[in-house]
Design a protein around this ligand. Structure first.
Ligand SMILES: Cc1cc2nc3c(=O)[nH]c(=O)nc-3n(C[C@H](O)[C@H](O)[C@H](O)COP(=O)(O)OP(=O)(O)OC[C@H]3O[C@@H](n4cnc5c(N)ncnc54)[C@H](O)[C@@H]3O)c2cc1C
Length: 433
């Protein structure tokens, strides 16, 4: 194995997992994290409190023995509970047989489990309160806040969507901000129990706006508003906040006793897609590569950002094994394999926003879902929905759109979208009511 000094920037979800994988491979690595140790200092405000982890994330965690521990700290969600305005709440299972679930897990707990594992891995050194301001690939060093430097010949940048390392390299990077932004609120336990069904990801689709809620182990729910900025701007006073929720989210407004306080206190976050090429740069003194959100932040509507970042780590580790520790070849192969996949999930995530905030409450959508699930049951393995392929398989993301097109073609697009099947779907929906 090569003798280069390897630095990971960012001890977030991806940085920690990669540190564990490299440490286990016998590659000594130093991880630089701008925050103080979150296990001591507590989690930062303004990040999503919980995450949905699904097949890809679990497969990656399994590689470092953390799958079962993660699942112990998680709550399974077997489907969407849709709360239409003025309509009946309805449950839409994620899989045809109703058994498959995505898992709601606290970001802070998952990060802490990964930090504990990284800390216990021989060869991994964690440096907290160490903000990196950029990389100099000619000199082979990282620049630190305060004007210091740290030597590094291999720099792996897992420093998130607003990556300082990415900004310091001459890359073609663009950040597309969604007009929508997000804010988190809390539904506390009611009489010691969950105030909503904990086995579902709850969605309040409201056309251009949306709210979702994921359960937490302490029996609370974290709600996330995905609203256009103007909607946030429109609510100022406690009375305006209360009136808006009573009108638009009537079945949950009464479950949020601290609604106005939470709404005013909690920050509004941005939703960004990062498009960057290349991910790898080489100088005379060092080579650098981006991973996770630093390379390809995506909007959160498929619940895949962290899952996808974990897949990056597995791919880097695999490429390193395949090239016998040749970083230049390994990182080139990593980018070549991952880039088409991350481009594909970025598009699918944007598309899923429209589905969640708009389509899920329409009877036509529900009929189509019923048809899809009926087809999945009848044509087991030959017809698999996009949601299942993304969330419950590890099929490369880039292969999913073509696979869906092939399936639809095989079934006959006319028949799939046709009145006969919709009627079948409508009957199935009626039967389930
Ligand atoms: C509202 C919301 C909901 C989401 N829900 C889901 C979901 O359900 N499922 C899912 O899979 N994904 C979800 N995501 C996406 C997920 O949060 C990210 O994809 C994931 O956190 C990416 O991991 P990362 O390690 O690349 O980056 P991050 O988690 O952002 O970690 C980056 C780390 O780098 C550190 N850092 C930053 N700058 C520096 C610096 N200059 N020097 C040193 N350290 C630095 C940060 O402190 C942080 O620890 C969601 C995102 C949002 C915004």
């Amino acid at each position: 194995m090569a003798e280069e000094r390897v630095a990971i920037v960012g001890a977030g979800l991806a940085g920690c997992l990669l540190a564990v994988l490299l440490g286990r491979r016998g590659v000594p690595v130093t991880v630089y994290e701008r925050r103080p140790d979150p296990r001591v200092a507590g989690a930062e405000r303004g990040r999503s409190i919980n995450l949905a982890i699904s097949a890809r994330g679990l497969a990656a965690l399994e590689q470092v023995g953390l799958r079962d521990e993660a699942l112990k700290r998680a709550l399974p969600m077997h489907g969407r509970m849709v709360h239409p305005l003025g309509g009946a709440v309805n449950f839409q299972p994620y899989s045809a047989d109703g058994t498959r679930a995505i898992n709601s897990i606290g970001r802070a707990e998952l990060n802490a489990a990964l930090l504990d594992t990284a800390e216990a891995t021989p060869g991994v050194a964690l440096r907290f309160a160490a903000r990196i301001t950029g990389a100099d690939l000619e000199a082979g060093l990282l620049r630190t806040e305060g004007g210091g430097t740290e030597p590094a010949e291999v720099i792996l940048a897992g420093d998130g969507a607003y990556s300082a390392v990415r900004a310091s390299l001459d890359l073609d990077a663009g950040t597309d901000f969604l007009d929508h932004r997000y804010k988190e609120l809390t539904v506390p336990p009611r009489d010691g129990d969950f105030a909503l069904d904990p086995d579902a990801l709850h969605i309040w689709p409201r056309g251009t706006a949306m709210m979702i809620a994921l359960p937490n182990l302490d029996r609370s729910f974290t709600c996330t508003l995905f609203w256009p900025q103007d909607d946030f701007d429109a609510l100022g006073t406690d009375a305006e906040i209360a009136a808006h929720f009573a009108e638009r989210y009537p079945d949950v407004a009464g479950l949020m006793p601290d609604l106005a306080d939470d709404y005013r206190r909690n920050p509004v976050g941005s939703l960004v897609t990062v498009r960057c090429r290349p991910w790898v740069r080489r100088g005379d003194g060092a080579i650098a590569a981006l991973l996770g959100d630093a390379a390809h932040a995506i909007v959160p509507f498929f619940g895949q950002g962290a899952n996808c970042a974990f897949e990056d780590c597995i791919e880097i580790d695999r490429c390193l094994a395949e090239t016998g520790g040749d970083w230049a070849r390994a990182l080139a192969a990593y980018e070549e394999r991952r880039k088409p996949n991350t481009d594909a999930i970025a598009e699918m995530a944007l598309d899923n926003f429209i589905e969640m905030r708009d389509r899920v409450s329409s009877p036509v959508y529900r009929a189509r879902q019923a048809v899809r699930h009926a087809l999945e049951r009848r044509l087991a393995g030959r017809y698999v929905s996009r949601y299942e392929l993304v969330s419950f398989s590890t099929l490369p993301y880039a292969e999913i759109p073509a696979r869906i097109r092939r399936q639809n073609a095989a079934l006959g697009a006319a028949a799939l979208g046709g009145a006969a099947l919709l009627a079948l779907g409508a009957r199935a929906v009626r039967r389930r009511r």
